[in-house]
Design a protein around this ligand. Structure first.
Ligand code: 7TS
Length: 417
């Protein structure tokens, strides 16, 4: 493994034209990462040299477009260690992947009175699809509450399962707390209970090695744009035993075998779940992003991001009024530090940081139930927070500047230091 030290980070940064040499500091990587030039080149090359509607034509260009899409599917399968490429379905993003599984799996499994189990820290994209599924099927959506630092104990998890729990869904890494959950263990417990386990990998797949066969999750959703790839391409991994039985999510062109006036037979998996013209350019970009990540190594990436979180945490905890959500251990943050600053609203924090050229995220981070659940020292819910999230291309020098800017905010707002 080639360690990413400051020198190597600056070298790798040359791969990201938007931030290379920029005075600004981009630390909103959990929202989306910057795009590597090799990704942009691959997308451009596809449109310049192989663009056609795939799967439909017999002519050379269409065959090349089909091959490009299938090559990306093989790359995604290899990246998360799926047993076979057909278990990879391309979607627009993690949100669409989660909607697909929530819709089609619940059609297959849910009866009135059944239960779906998720956690209180889920991103809205792994919450609303289950709320809707529960409504459609007369099922009950239950929430596991974590401890204030984000911990979910095995006992707590077990205590929420009942014989009616058909589906369990949770994030492998929380987009607010940055915490990584032992989904291998939780999936095993869910399986012992006869429940299907769905993992939201939007914040884990870009940062830590993920092996779906080792984890033995039944589904895994993630987005290309959070892993240096383009927007508009996402993945849903699913075990073939479920995908084959699940009804389609979207219907129309390309997902059929044969259509009659009174119905249709559907195409084989994965095409059954890829209705309409697919995003070949996005898939090509995703494959380039995967190859890029593989060339650096996820072990090196996760080590670097942990180091940056640790460095930032040390600086931030020295600033009066800063409170970091989640664990006190930087190893439990996957490069994500969400915080409050006494007396100052997160939108003011983010605006003042922006004046110093620093891009962070402020608000509820699409996790409003978590914001209402996490309490400040005075017992009131945090409701909104500011989040800094690092990528391997960020540097210690950037964190020094971020911390220096953060340290001035309370004074600038008239609260002294
Ligand atoms: N799940 C998690 C855990 C996420 O963090 C996000 C996006 C999604 C699902 C949805 O991904 P999308 O690509 O479909 O939008 N999270 C964030 C965030 O934290 N800030 O902006 C987007």
């Amino acid at each position: 493994m080639r360690v990413i030290d400051e020198e190597r980070a600056l070298e790798l940064r040359k791969d990201f034209p938007l931030i290379d040499g920029s005075k600004g500091i981009y630390i909103d990587n959990a929202a989306t990462t910057q795009k590597a030039s090799c990704v942009l080149d691959a997308v451009r090359d596809y449109y310049l040299n192989a663009n056609a509607n795939p799967y439909r034509g017999v002519y050379d260009l269409s065959v090349r477009a089909t091959e490009a899409h299938e090559s990306a599917r093989r790359a995604a399968a290899e990246f998360i260690h799926a047993g076979r490429p057909e278990e990879i379905i391309f979607t627009r993003n993690a949100t669409e992947s989660l909607n697909l599984v929530a819709f089609s799996l619940s059609e297959l499994l849910l009866e009135p009175g059944d239960e779906i189990l998720i956690t209180v820290f889920e991103h809205h994209s792994n919450m609303l699809p289950w709320q809707q599924a529960a409504k459609r099927h007369g099922a009950v959506l239950r929430y596991i509450e974590c401890e204030q630092d984000g911990t979910i104990t095995e006992e707590n998890f077990r205590s929420m399962l009942t014989p009616k729990t058909k589906i369990v869904s949770m994030a492998q890494v929380s987009n607010v707390l940055g915490r990584q959950y032992d989904i291998k263990k939780f999936a095993q417990i869910a399986h012992e209970n006869g429940s299907v386990f769905v993992a939201d990998g939007a914040q884990s797949v870009p940062h830590i090695p993920v092996d779906v066969q080792d984890l033995d999750v039944d589904f895994l959703a993630f987005s290309g744009h959070k892993m240096y790839g383009p927007m508009g391409i996402g993945v849903l991994y699913g075990k073939m035993e479920y995908l084959e039985k699940m009804p389609p999510f979207l219907t129309g062109g390309e997902m059929i075998e044969y259509v009659r006036r009174d119905g249709a037979t559907f195409a084989e998996v994965p095409h059954k779940f890829e209705a309409g013209t697919v995003n070949v350019g996005g898939a090509v970009g995703l494959e380039a992003a995967i190859r890029y990540i593989q060339s650096i190594g996820l072990d090196a990436i996760s080590q670097r991001e942990e180091m940056l979180a640790s460095y930032a945490m040390e600086k931030m905890t020295q600033i009066e009024g800063v409170h970091i959500l989640g664990s006190a251990d930087p190893k439990e943050h996957t490069g994500i530090l969400t915080f409050t600053l006494d007396d100052v609203h997160p939108h003011d924090v983010a605006t003042i940081l922006d004046a110093d050229g620093i891009a962070v995220r402020a608000g509820h981070h699409c996790a409003q139930p978590l914001m209402a659940f996490i309490k400040k020292a005075d017992g009131r819910p945090v409701m909104a927070t500011t989040r800094a999230s690092f990528s391997f291309y960020n540097t210690k020098e950037e964190i020094d500047r971020f911390a220096a800017s953060l340290a001035q905010i309370r004074r600038k707002m008239g609260y002294g230091i």
